[in-house]
Structures are given as structure tokens and as C-alpha cells.
Design a protein around this ligand. Structure first.
Ligand code: F0G
Length: 354
């Protein structure tokens, strides 16, 4: 049967009925890629899987939540939605709103959003407003204005976003036949860790798995309010997607960590970029910098002497596609080689390089 997106696939777990008009771009069904080259490189004896969420229709995991949020907004008669975003939420909201024929307003932190994400929101025809402030300030503004102007807020404090995003956990369990032992992921506004934990728990309650993973969440060191236990006023990191100092789902992230026996820690920009390059050069998987904080977290964890038992299944969520952020890709790669169109010059270069 033709794949029709996460709502059709997991309808029984989601708040829709037979009259609900589903707004979908056939999101979800993303690959769980076994990373044996990284496993060998790290000299570990457990299995590493990459859940490549960058293959969603707008290139990030946000589409799972947005298909639900926009479907429900339309069901409730909304004509416009609004969000604050470090980029991916805005791209997703703009795309699903276009599909639904409603307006999407997006507030972004001026100058701190990857180029690909900005181009998406613009071409999907959202009303794009850049504020001279950070994500936390944008979120506070959209919360207030959504009440004043009856706009539907589609940030992850909208519970339908969490409902949609929990299907990532279902897919992992469906693929592995059981929940993984460890689940590593980036943490920004903390909606996704909340969603995955809800998904794993619900799937187990329904008998689709017997165990639950340890939830291992990673903030960027310069934007690590949960790790520090206090709001970060001026968050800074190269991973602009998770440049957040006051996460909306803070408490729920802590709860996921505590209930699962996991941890929330942080990784430096250097560690993030190292994992980013490792994913691309060892596995051919191109994700954005924020996404690689899951693998960076795993590497930090094992380097700190923590043992992950042999043959465990470890999943790293790669939340967004690397194409969204071409500047970081180019800036963190070797220079391109320029030459005249001449076979001898070409041969000299290749002899040296190969
Ligand atoms: N990875 C990427 C690529 C993201 O875009 C985000 C969040 C996260 C991880 C963190 O997920 O917020 O649920 O903890 N991006 C939001 C946005 C904030 O506006 O696109 P989270």
C-alpha cells in the first residue's frame, strides 16, 4: 500500500477520527541506518543506528509534529498559525500551512538561522519576521501574540506537535523489533525528547515492546540551561538549531531523563563538529550540526569511561538534513582544489591526493 505519512500509519495512537482531513506531505518512514564504520572507528562492540530524520519532506523531524499540529488547526477552523523558530519549525510550519491553504507567520532570530531553512520559509510563502533577539525572546512574543490575535501556536508547547513526533519512537521499535537500549538525541526546546519518551512508553503499554531505552539528551555547551540548572540569557553555539536558553519543555525533559535512568549533558561546538564530520566522512550521512550532538554525546559518554554493554542497540537521532546549512559544511571541510582544464595538471593533483 502507498505510504501516506505518520497519521495514516499510526492513526490508532493519534487524536484523529474518520472525519479529520489530514494535512500531510507523507512525512516519517525515515531510515534507521546501521553505522558500522563508526562502530569500528570507535572500537565498540554495541550496535549504532542513525535515525535519519533529515529525510522528512522539509528536511527535519519537525514534519512529524507539524502534520498533526496543522491538521488539528485546520480541523478547528484556523486561518493562520504562528511559531518562533531557530529555522526548522518555521520551514515545516510554512510548508504544511501552504499545503493546507492557511497563512503561516514565523518569528526567527535575525542572523542566527541557517540559510537553507530561511530559504524554505520564504519560498513556502510564510510571513517571515526576523527579530533582533534570540529564540527565547521570539517564543515569548509568539505566546503572547497568539492569545491576542487568535493565531494557533505551532511550537512544541502545542500538544499535537508532541503527538506527531512520538511516532519517531514507534518507527524505531518497529524497525528493531524492540526498543533500543540507549536513545541519544539533541536537546533544544526539549519538545522532541518529551515526544520520544511518550512514544516509547505508549508503545510498550500497548505491548509492542518489552523494554524502554535510557534517554540521553545533549544540549550545546554554550546553550545548556538544563545541565546548568538555570536559564542561559545569551545562548551561543555553532549549532543554531539548538541555540536556546530557556526550553519550553524543560521539566518534561528532566522527567524523561529521570524516569528512563538516562542523562542530560552537553557537548562543545568542537565535539559537535567532530561528530558532524565523522557522520559525513565515515558513513556518507549529511546532517546539520545540531543533529550531530547525538553522536557527539555518545562519544563523550563512552570516552568518560561509561560502559555500554556489548551487543546493545544504541540509536542516535539525526534531527535535520545537512543541506539546510551549507555554510557550516563548507567552512568545516578541506578547501576545494582549483586548476586549469588540463589533463597533466589534473593527473599531478590526483597522484598527490590519492
Ligand atoms: N535538532 C534540530 C535540527 C532542531 O531544529 C531542533 C529544534 C532540535 C534538534 C531540538 O529539538 O527543540 O525539540 O529539543 N529546533 C527548533 C526550531 C527549536 O525552531 O526549529 P527540541
Amino acid at each position: 500500500m502507498r505510504y501516506l505519512g505518520i497519521i495514516e500509519k499510526y492513526r490508532q495512537f493519534l487524536p484523529v477520527n474518520s472525519n479529520t482531513k489530514i494535512i500531510s506531505l507523507n512525512e516519517g518512514n525515515t531510515p534507521l541506518i546501521k553505522a558500522d564504520n563508526i562502530k569500528d572507528f570507535l572500537k565498540v562492540k554495541f550496535n549504532i543506528f542513525l535515525k535519519y530524520e533529515g529525510l522528512n519532506p522539509t528536511g527535519s523531524f519537525k514534519d512529524r509534529g507539524m502534520t498533526m499540529a496543522i491538521t488539528k488547526a485546520v480541523e478547528d477552523g484556523a486561518k493562520a498559525v504562528i511559531c518562533a523558530s531557530t529555522g526548522n519549525t518555521s520551514a515545516s510550519s510554512a510548508a504544511y500551512s501552504a499545503r493546507a491553504g492557511i497563512k503561516s507567520v514565523v518569528l526567527i532570530p535575525d542572523g542566527n538561522i541557517a540559510l537553507g531553512k530561511l530559504s524554505q520559509a520564504m519560498l513556502y510563502n510564510a510571513i517571515v519576521i526576523a527579530i533582533k533577539g534570540n529564540f527565547d525572546e521570539a517564543l515569548s512574543l509568539v505566546k503572547d501574540i497568539s492569545k491576542r490575535m487568535s493565531l494557533v501556536l505551532v511550537n512544541s508547547i502545542n500538544p499535537f506537535r508532541i503527538e506527531g513526533q512520538k511516532t519517531g519512537a514507534f518507527e524505531i521499535v518497529d524497525d528493531l523489533g524492540e526498543a533500543p537500549d540507549y536513545h541519544f538525541m539533541p536537546v533544544g526546546n526539549a519538545g522532541n525528547i518529551t515526544a520520544y519518551w511518550k512514544g516509547y512508553k505508549e508503545y510498550r503499554e500497548k505491548g509492542f515492546s518489552k523494554k524502554l531505552p535510557k534517554m540521553m539528551g545533549y544540549e550545546a555547551s554554550g546553550a545548556a540551561p538544563i545541565v546548568l540548572g538555570k536559564i542561559v540569557k545569551n545562548p551561543e553555539t555553532i549549532a543554531t538549531a539548538i541555540r536556546i536558553g530557556n526550553p519550553a519543555s524543560w521539566d518534561k525533559a528532566v522527567k524523561a531523563k529521570e524516569e528512563s535512568g538516562g542523562q542530560i549533558d552537553c557537548v562543545t561546538d568542537e565535539e559537535i563538529l567532530k561528530a558532524y564530520k565523522m557522520l559525513a566522512s565515515l558513513e556518507g550521512v549529511f546532517c546539520e550540526p545540531a543533529s550531530s550532538s547525538s553522536l557527539a554525546g555518545l562519544i563523550k559518554y563512552i570516552n568518560s569511561g561509561k560502559m555500554i554493554p556489548d551487543n546493545s542497540n544504541v540509536v542516535c537521532i539525526l534531527t535535520g538534513n545537512g543541506l539546510k546549512d551549507p555554510n557550516n559544511a563548507i567552512n568545516n571541510s578541506p578547501d576545494i582544489i582549483k586548476t586549469e582544464p588540463n589533463i597533466l595538471d589534473l593527473e599531478t593533483i590526483l597522484v598527490r591526493k590519492l
